[in-house]
Design a protein around this ligand. Sequence first.
Ligand code: C2E
Ligand code: MG
Ligand code: MG
Ligand code: MG
Length: 292
Amino acid sequence: AAKKAGKNRIHFYSPAEDLLLVQRNQNIERLRSALSDQEFVLHYQPKVDLLSGEIIGLEALLRWEHPQLGLLTPSLFLADINGSPLEVPVGEWVIETVLKQMSAWQTAGLHVKVSLNIGAAHLFQPDFYDQLNRLLSSYPKINPAHLELEILETTAINDFAMASEAMARCHQLGVRFALDDFGTGYSSLAYLRRLPIDMLKIDQSFIRDILTNASDLGIVEGVILMAAVLKHPVLAEGVETLKHGALLVQIGCHLCQGDGIAQPMPAEQIPAWITQWHAEEIWHTLGKMMLD
Ligand code: C2E
Ligand code: MG
Ligand code: MG
Ligand code: MG
């Protein structure tokens, strides 16, 4: 039994709550060994400019290569990491792995920007800046401006003062920030205007049905206009087909990411994908699609 916050209230945990707590702790322990046994990997999903054909960057996405269950996506384990003592070590592993990979690509003649997702507790660690600074210093060949940190809109807005301060500080290192899952956090324009961000990523839930749902399309058009007013580049997430891409270009959003362009893939597949993307000149086909 334990005392919970509240006036003169004592809250006794039920057997069900005890069980859930035990399970969460077991999950955290399993994830801890996943980290030390190097079962985590990053997959990379391209982000492209559909007008110019340029590959504007790659997003690093966490995967767990589970020895029995196969490749697991974050929806199956990230909730156990977030808010646990593992959030910071896993986040640090992600930054370090991305820098190592960028450095390997660079050596191979591939200069590509990479973004990664940062959890709230990690960003708000008092020594986050020092950690990032130290990691960047150990990869002096990498231009910090080629590293972008994606922060959830809800993270940035719920703790606005802390988030903008952490972001402003890290900006001094040269890194970039993107506001992720934009549109899911009900932020006001007043807040958005004051956030030091370099990119808005429109959440995939708004993009999914733009081909068939006029009000979703209207919302996306509104977000694109707003981003223009705030002078933030805007990218559409979850671009599932090239038709989505063509429509997005038409309404003024030419930065796109999604399975319709490329699915997240292991680092080894990136060079071949880039070669093929340049060869296909898909963006010219898109230009034709828009005239149909
Ligand atoms: P996110 O940052 O918004 O990443 C985009 C998610 O959309 C990815 O899911 C990606 O695989 C998926 N996606 C991409 N294109 C499409 C599409 O066309 N259709 C659909 N339906 N989905 C698409 P994923 O990899 O499962 O990651 C889910 C979320 O987990 C991410 O959302 C991000 O918030 C979080 N996450 C991923 N990796 C990390 C990480 O290293 N650290 C932290 N803290 N969070 C991470
Ligand atoms: Mg993201
Ligand atoms: Mg997102
Ligand atoms: Mg998301």
